[in-house]
Design a protein around this ligand. Structure first.
Ligand SMILES: NC(=O)c1ccc[n+]([C@@H]2O[C@H](COP(=O)([O-])OP(=O)(O)OC[C@H]3O[C@@H](n4cnc5c(N)ncnc54)[C@H](O)[C@@H]3O)[C@@H](O)[C@H]2O)c1
Length: 382
């Protein structure tokens, strides 16, 4: 009989339940336990989400039947929780960013290597079938030499001065916000698809709302009511709402990325255009099943997600026939399929197909250099 792999989820706000749902769509995995900020909330969440055990973090680590721990908490907890989970002999899937400081990420990479345990960072956007298809097309020479890359990741959930979240507080989120939160996905995807490495960055940040109005009580308690001036406290904001970064790549060519969390109407829109000597690819995460392929000497093409039209490796990330759209929740399912195959083997593969703690470290390194570049207003080498 196939062994059931037991998982625990730490943090069940937005992304924790997305991990849960993805794991429930895969065979022979049980999400056995969850941990929350306190045990009362853990019990409440366990009942709502239908998870058998509500544990404190220490109780969860002490349960030998838990094989894998998913860290889905605010950024500042990723380092300590991943470290303790590895020390307790658990395989770890950590949310991005891997840590808030580069030294911490480095420590996690060596600890994971020393333990030989499976380690992954949830750069799930790599798992849109079209993203893998772009990578495969580039590997097979269909893009040609890469001339330039232009990326953007735009959101509007922090558009208003009254929009507030822990991500606005550097002690919880880190010294960068838009770049660390969404720029990390975009930069990871850029290097993943193109196979190029960013070698130098020149960044300029802007904090559009220099102060924000922080609710004095939990937002839910206001549901259905108008907020009064006395319900807010005005707090200074030190992290970026918007950033533009010019990039130099190791093939000698250039590119740029722009990220913003204050672009009205852009809900969660990653767009990337990669210009090559044979074609030009444009892909947008809000229409993930479509790829525009630009041509100079013949008509442009429009590829739709369809396993029969994809390269074999990319077709492996497709669960439904052409015309049946797959989206954000499917990316985690496809990623965990690869991660849990490694868990079943009991160790990190020599060449993992999934994003690892090393990739998490790389993103932190790029992010740190981007912050340094903005502060110095100068080009900085990675
Ligand atoms: N890969 C993605 O696409 C993606 C998307 C969203 C968020 N994220 C990442 O996931 C993480 C969580 O983001 P979110 O949007 O779900 O945040 P959230 O605020 O919605 O959820 C965080 C959860 O962690 C819990 N928590 C806080 N302290 C805890 C503690 N000490 N122990 C256990 N639980 C604790 C909170 O109660 C809450 O339930 C962030 O690091 C973020 O960068 C990734």
């Amino acid at each position: 009989m196939t062994k059931i792999i037991n998982a625990a989820i730490v943090g069940t706000g937005f992304i924790g339940p997305a991990h849960l749902e993805a794991l429930r769509r895969l065979p022979n995995i049980e999400v056995k336990a969850l941990c929350e900020v306190d045990i009362e909330l853990a019990k409440e969440k366990a009942a709502t989400l239908g998870i058998p055990k509500a544990y404190t973090f220490e109780e969860m680590l002490g349960d030998p039947s838990i094989d894998v721990v998913h860290i889905c908490t605010p950024n500042f907890l990723h380092f300590s929780q991943s470290k303790e989970a590895l020390l307790a002999g658990k395989h770890v899937v950590c949310e991005k960013p891997l840590a808030t400081k580069i030294e911490e990420a480095k420590e996690l990479v060596s600890l994971a290597k020393e333990k030989g345990l499976v380690n992954a960072v949830h750069f799930n956007l790599r798992y849109y079938p079209m993203v893998r298809q772009m990578k495969n097309m580039r590997e097979k020479g269909e893009l040609g030499d890469i001339y330039s890359i232009m990326g953007s990741y735009l959101q509007d959930w922090l558009f208003l001065q009254t929009d507030y979240n822990w991500r606005l507080e550097p002690d919880k989120s880190g010294d960068s916000r838009a770049i660390a939160d969404i720029g990390s996905h975009l930069l990871d995807l850029t290097e993943y698809v193109t196979g190029l490495q960013v070698t130098e960055v020149m960044a300029d940040f802007s904090t559009v709302h220099k102060t924000r109005l922080k609710p004095l009580k939990a937002i839910e308690t206001y549901s259905g009511k108008m907020l009064q001036e006395s319900d807010y406290e005005e707090v200074p904001i030190n992290t970026e709402d918007h950033a533009t970064v010019m990039l130099r790549f190791d093939n000698g060519n250039k590119g740029s990325v722009t990220v913003s969390q204050v672009n009205a109407g852009r809900k969660n829109r990653l767009n990337i255009e990669i210009a090559g000597s044979k074609s030009n690819f444009e892909w947008c995460s809000e229409k993930p099943n479509e790829l525009w392929i630009g041509k100079r000497e013949k008509a442009n093409q429009h590829l739709m997600k369809d396993p029969s039209l994809f390269h074999k490796e990319a077709a492996g990330l497709i669960s439904f026939p052409g015309g049946h759209n797959e989206g954000f929740p499917d990316t985690s399912k496809q990623m965990f399929k690869e991660v849990y195959a490694a868990v079943r083997e009991g160790k990190q593969p020599d060449k993992p197909s999934f994003p690892t703690f090393e990739d998490g470290y790389r993103e932190l390194l790029i992010c740190e250099r981007i912050i340094e570049s903005h502060r110095k207003q100068a080009w900085v080498k990675i």
